[in-house]
Design a protein. Structure first.
Length: 148
């Protein structure tokens, strides 16, 4: 029962932390998406909008994703008694799947290098969560960590 509660808490935390970080680090994200959809590519504004989009994408991949993974890993590592790393990874799966299934264009899938970069970019939250869960579990449960 504890594992289910930690899983639900970790999934909720992943969405909550992501939403808070997007709101704090990218306050005009929604406006940019609307502008991108409403501006034709031959418009003089398109280049500036595209630069902003690339900037927001980098923030999402290199800052928001890893910080979300770190938060989930810390939570799971402290709360879960057994196998915290796989559980932390499972907590991030729903958010990943939502993003994957929501990406209808999947422009990254047109080449091997695109696929490799996609996999690498999407792995950052999982790596951060795994490391944090492992380290925090060792700190929070030192006797149990030595017997595993």
């Amino acid at each position: 029962m504890r594992t289910v509660a930690v899983f639900v808490g970790g999934v909720a935390l992943s969405f909550l932390v992501t939403a808070m970080l997007v709101g704090a680090l990218m306050p005009h994200y929604g406006e940019l998406i609307v502008a991108l959809f409403n501006t034709p590519p031959n418009s003089p504004k398109w280049h500036d909008l595209w630069i902003q989009w690339q900037h927001f994408t980098r923030i999402g991949v290199y800052v928001i994703g890893p910080l979300t993974g770190l938060a989930v890993g810390i939570f799971v590592g402290m709360a879960q008694r057994n196998r915290p790393v796989p559980l932390a990874l499972c907590c991030l799966a729903p958010e990943f799947l939502l993003g994957f299934l929501g990406d209808r264009a999947k422009n990254w899938s047109n080449s091997i290098s695109g696929i490799l970069f996609y996999v690498l970019d999407q792995s950052y939250p999982f790596v951060a969560a795994a490391i944090a869960a492992y380290l925090l579990h060792r700190l929070a449960h030192p006797h149990q960590a030595s017997t595993e």
